[in-house]
Design a protein around this ligand. Structure first.
Ligand SMILES: *[C@@H]1O[C@H](CO)[C@@H](O)[C@H](O)[C@H]1NC(C)=O
Length: 387
């Protein structure tokens, strides 16, 4: 409560004509759940859906009672379309021919996918303690989901795509004049946090900004930044010039093979002589260590590890600080594991993703109006956020 009060006192009203901002309470964690979600109320009467917050994709979709293949929630909690398919004439729709339905297919970096049809319906947003907005928005009704083999399918109802593309509900709310085209999140390392649309919760000072790079080739717009150099314990390393995609939908951070190899080497060399030995039987993540006795929390072990930072060379003084808790987890087996993974292994080629693990305990703001991403350290704890 105290923190939220401080946060509110640090904000300032914007002069923009878009009047609203929407705040959502976040649930979830990086480990063991692997996702952060918010509740979105859709339809009339409204039904609540837990959606994975994903700044790495544009389309919002919910599990669809169409019927559905690969849905993970019970049928009565799925979205039931009711003669409200988005028609091919809809400007958000890419299909040919005026009488067809708008099909969509999204493929995620983790090999999962969703296929379905675009629908339009009212989505409910709390404007203040007494009033609601319920704009008509286009989103996906997913009736065919594939889940990557190696992990259990999430029990979420779909994905809240917070990218910058036209189909994103953020862009739609902005086109309707309801909000500024800005989204931000504060993911707590202890689980939970908050998400906001619109510009109001931006602290006035202390934010580090870096420009969003325009992607030339693909139609997919990512929150890509850089180039950035990796610092280890405040010192330069051989890892330089990384382009980084901010992706809250990825639990972990991914570096390209070369950067990953260098990072693993740095950490491994640094912990030599400490009371840590490789734990090869922990299936949680590829590289883990055990101590003399099982670790109960990150607190037990972070003093053995150095801080990382990413230095954005084209925006002066822009550092993304990554303390040990931004790249380590302690597993249910009591080992400590690296939460920066080899992106080449999941087919990312040269792309690097800053996943949720490295975005924790910061307010991160994606400002599509000024094409920049900003961040500042914050206490995102659930208990501080009262609705
Ligand atoms: C990363 O993964 C690729 C593909 O599996 C592999 O060839 C490469 O050796 C890995 N890099 C490191 C540093 O482990």
């Amino acid at each position: 409560m105290l923190f939220f009060f401080l946060l509110l006192s640090a904000i300032f009203p914007t002069s923009s004509s878009a009047p609203f901002y929407f705040v959502f309470q976040i649930q979830g964690n990086v480990y063991p759940l692997g996702y952060y979600t918010v509740k979105l109320s859709i339809g009339n009467p409204p039904k609540s859906f837990d959606l994975d917050i994903d700044t790495g994709s544009d389309l919002t979709w919910v599990e669809c009672d169409a019927p559905c293949s690969g849905c993970t929630i019970p049928r009565d909690r799925q979205y039931k379309p009711h003669d409200n398919l988005a028609k091919c004439g809809n400007p958000l729709c890419a299909c040919d021919g005026p009488n067809g339905q708008c099909e969509y297919e999204v493929q995620y970096a983790d090999q999962g996918s969703s296929h379905g049809v675009l629908v339009q319906d009212n989505i409910l947003f709390k404007v203040s303690s007494t009033s609601l907005a319920h704009p008509m928005l286009v989103f996906g009704c997913g009736y065919d989901q594939k889940h990557p083999g190696h992990s259990p399918p999430p029990s979420t109802a779909g994905v809240l795509g917070l990218g910058n593309g036209r189909i994103s509900i953020l862009s739609q709310l902005n086109s309707l004049g309801l909000i500024r085209n800005v989204v931000g999140h504060c993911l707590s390392g202890r689980g939970g946090g908050f998400l906001f649309f619109g510009g109001m919760l931006i602290p006035q000072s202390g934010i580090v900004w870096t420009p969003i790079l325009q992607s030339s080739s693909s139609s997919v717009k990512h929150y890509k930044t850089g180039p950035a150099d990796l610092l280890f314990n405040g010192k330069p390393t051989s890892v330089k010039g990384l382009e980084l995609i901010f992706d809250s939908g990825a639990s972990y951070t991914y570096f390209n093979s070369q950067a990953y190899g260098a990072f693993v080497q740095l950490v491994t060399n640094d912990i030599k002589g400490k009371q840590l030995s490789r734990a090869t039987k922990d299936p949680s993540l590829p590289i883990c260590w055990k101590g003399p006795k099982p670790f109960k929390s990150l607190h037990d072990v972070t003093s053995n590890f150095k801080a990382l930072a990413l230095s954005f060379t084209k925006s002066k003084n822009s550092l993304l600080q990554l303390p040990p808790q931004a790249y380590l987890i302690v597993t249910t087996h009591g080992n400590v594991c690296l939460g920066i993974l080899n992106g080449t292994e999941i087919g990312l080629e040269n792309a690097n993703l800053i996943g949720a693990i490295s975005l924790q305990d910061k307010i991160v703001i994606y400002d599509n109006e000024n094409q920049q991403i900003g961040w500042t350290s914050a206490n995102c704890g659930e208990s501080c956020f009262e609705t």
